[in-house]
Design a protein around this ligand. Structure first.
Ligand code: SAM
Length: 330
C-alpha cells in the first residue's frame, strides 16, 4: 500500500486500535500465520563505536567485554540447528577482530549445518560484504536508527549518515536480504521523522524491518527514565511498516518484550511475523547489555525456545519449518 507522509502522520497520531487490526489482516494475507524463529548468537560485545544510546559503546568501562572463539560460535550454531532453528543471526558490536578472513571462515563452517545466516555486525566495506556473501551469508541487519540527519549526527560521533545509507544500498546490490529499522523514543525525535523512517524503509525496499523502543542505559549519555509510551509509538511505526511493505519479515523485537511483559505477542498480533530467541550462552548473555533488564536474560537456549513456542501456539499461530525468506507478493 502506498501512503503519503501526511497519511502516515495521521496514523501515528491515532490511538492505533484500528491500525493494529488492519496490520494484522495484511500480515495474515501476505505472510500467513507462520512465525519464523531466528536464533540469535551475540558473539562479541566489543565495539569501536560510541552510539550515544547503546550500552556496548566503547566508552562504557562498566561492562565486561567478551569475544566468543570461532569454535564457540560454531558450537552455538550447532545447538541452534539441533533445536530446530533454520536461521541463526550472528550479532556483535563493531569488532574489527572479526575481520573478513575470520568471519568468512565462521560463515563457511556454519553453512555445513544447512542454516540460513543473518549477519548483524555493523558497517563494513563493500568488499567485506561481498566476501561474506560469497562465503554463504544470506541476510544482513543494519538499522538506519533514525533518518533525521541532525539527530543521527548528534547520536553517532565520528559516523556518517550517508555511509550508513550507502552500506544498506551496497547490501541490496550484493543480493542480501537486507534488514533495517529504527529506534523509537529518542530525545528530540519527531512524529515527522518517524514518517520519514517508514518512507525510507519503503524506498530501500527493505526485506526486513526491526523497530525498537528506545530503552535508556544508565552508563550512557542518554541515561534517564524509561518512557513506557515508546512501546505504543514503536508498535504504530511497526504496524504502518507492515501496511507499506506487506510481504516483508518483521520481528516482534526483544526491546518490545523488555518494555512490556507481553510485548512480543502484542507485536505478533499487530503486524509482526518473526521472533528472535536468544541462543547465546547465559554466561555471556548478561554482558551483551545494549539496554538494561533485557527480556529472557536468564533463560537458556532450550527454555527460551520452549517459552516462545508456547506463546506463539497460544495465539493460534504456527511455527515455520522453512528458512523464511521473503516471498514477494506478485
Ligand atoms: N553493531 C551492530 C549494528 O550497529 O548494527 C549490531 C549490534 S547493535 C547493539 C544492535 C541494535 O541495538 C542497534 O541497531 C540499536 O537499534 C539497538 N540498541 C542499542 N541501544 C539500544 C537502546 N538503548 N534501546 C533500544 N535499542 C538499542
Amino acid at each position: 500500500m502506498d501512503l503519503t507522509k501526511k497519511e502516515i502522520i495521521e496514523l501515528l497520531k491515532s490511538d492505533g486500535a484500528s491500525l493494529f487490526m488492519e496490520a494484522d489482516l495484511v500480515r495474515k494475507k501476505y505472510v500467513k500465520d507462520e512465525v519464523h524463529l531466528r536464533g540469535l548468537i551475540e558473539f562479541s560485545n566489543v565495539c569501536k563505536r560510541n552510539c550515544a544510546y547503546c550500552g556496548l559503546q566503547n566508552k562504557n568501562k562498566n561492562i565486561k567485554r567478551y569475544r566468543l572463539s570461532e569454535d564457540e560460535i560454531i558450537d552455538h550454531a550447532k545447538i541452534g540447528a539441533s533445536l530446530g532453528y533454520k536461521t541463526v543471526v550472528l550479532q556483535s558490536g563493531e569488532d574489527d577482530y572479526f575481520n573478513q578472513k575470520r568471519l568468512c571462515s565462521i560463515i563457511e563452517k556454519i553453512k555445513e549445518f544447512d542454516l540460513a545466516i543473518t549477519l548483524s555486525v555493523g558497517e563494513r566495506t563493500k568488499e567485506d560484504y561481498r566476501a561474506f556473501k560469497m562465503s554463504g551469508a544470506d541476510r544482513f541487519l543494519l538499522r538506519i536508527e533514525t533518518t533525521d540527519e541532525n539527530l543521527y549526527k548528534s547520536l553517532h560521533p565520528n559516523m556518517d549518515f550517508n555511509n550508513r545509507k550507502k552500506c544498506l544500498y551496497n547490501l541490496k546490490e550484493l543480493g542480501y536480504e537486507t534488514g533495517t529499522g529504527s529506534l523509537v523514543g529518542l530525545l528530540n525525535q519527531t512524529i515527522e521523522s518517524f514518517a520519514d523512517d517508514i518512507l525510507f524503509f519503503k524506498e530501500l525496499d527493505a526485506d526486513m524491518v526491526g523497530i525498537g523502543p528506545f530503552i535508556p542505559h544508565p552508563d550512557t549519555p542518554l541515561r534517564g527514565e524509561l518512557n513506557k509510551n515508546n512501546f505504543d509509538m514503536a508498535l504504530k511505526v511497526m504496524a504502518i511498516t507492515r501496511l507499506v511493505l506487506p510481504d516483508i519479515n518483521i520481528p516482534a523485537t526483544t526491546a518490545m518484550e523488555t518494555i512490556n511483559p507481553n510485548g512480543r505477542i502484542i507485536a505478533l498480533k499487530s503486524g509482526a511475523n518473526v521472533v528472535m530467541p536468544n541462543l547465546t550462552d547465559i554466561s555471556y548473555r548478561k554482558n551483551y547489555e545494549i539496554y538494561p533488564n533485557k527480556a529472557c536474560i536468564n533463560e537458556d537456549a532450550i527454555k527460551c525456545r520452549k517459552c516462545i513456542e508456547g506463546k506463539i501456539l497460544s495465539i493460534n499461530r504456527t511455527l515455520s519449518n522453512s528458512k523464511g525468506f521473503r516471498n514477494r507478493a506478485k
